[in-house]
Design a protein around this ligand. Sequence first.
Ligand SMILES: [Mg+2]
Length: 387
Amino acid sequence: MKITAVDIITFEVPREIFRDRRLLVDGIAHQTLTKITADEGAEGYYFGGSGHGDRDGLLPDQRRLLLAKGRSMLIGEDPFDREKFWHWMWVSKTPENILSTLDMALWDLQARAFGVPVHKLLGGCREKVKAYASTYPNMGTPDEYAEHAVVCKEAGYQAYKIHPYYFADPVTFEPVPGRPSHVKADIEACRAIRQAVGDEMVLMFDPWGTYCNYEEALWVGRELEMLNFAWYEHPMPEYRVRSYERLTRELDIPVLSPEIAAGSLYTRADWILREASDMTRIDVLRGGITGVKKMVSIAEAYGVRCEIHMGGFGNLQILGATSEDTCEYYERGLLAPGVTCNAPPPYLNAICDPLDSDGYVMVPQGVGMGYDINWDYIASHRVPTDV
Ligand SMILES: [Mg+2]
């Protein structure tokens, strides 16, 4: 089999933003579908690929780069030689999200050609994954966070992760771009949530790297230990690795990082050797399914848990091919009062991650990534572009 074409289909979707503590539709955004075609009728797809997961379409410059790289590298090649392409892309300094998008379209292509879901091609391990409810940041008062945690518990979630206030004031709710951390308010919210949900519910905390110094991060970490939180995620900027080494040595609660540091498995393997965190973290836009698969193996070999960042089809497929002993949870969200993530975007007929009453999501069982695509919507909302 030989690759014959690499294309991007760009189309309009409603732009959703979380503002004023509500999810609003604010104009139009562009979603992208990367499509790789081979002879014998084989096709592979990947939705999105920009900054934050499979709902963010590639930007014009990213589209140009993906098509230039993808066409020069792939056309005429065997689409099943993903490992070779993955190495070529690292050697040629391809941006991680572009590398990842091409890698995943190729995984989708081979799984479709074989008539199996991607996790079966990887080597299936489980059909459902425990989920945690992952909140939007800037969601309300401590009492409102606590009420929301109770709603999630009643919906079946066994675990709840708090994104607290950053770049917004927790009292006035006004934007404060220069003041990312609000330590006292964060601790107050965590206490209110623990009190509301009781001792059994698993709680995690993620201030998204906004604690500006080691002392703030240590202070909150001590409070989380007293509240019996399960992990403390990405507390400080991740380029201050020495601060992470100190924090991980000092605290008993597991520190979970790096999340957004560049360098895929290479950076994360180094963090393990430096003991800069207790648990590691990666997602399919940081090296593709090929890169995450390698990282999970490294983590498993060192007895380090590897939590998968974000939701979506690609992350759920990799979870279906990993053990709960290494990759325990699926990140479901982002959620907020009234925002349940139970409806698909308009270009899909079904979500990837319906939640069951025990707080688990099923791994998609359709072929490839498991997309159920609404081709009529895409055709009628297509955007003519140069690239
Ligand atoms: Mg995070």
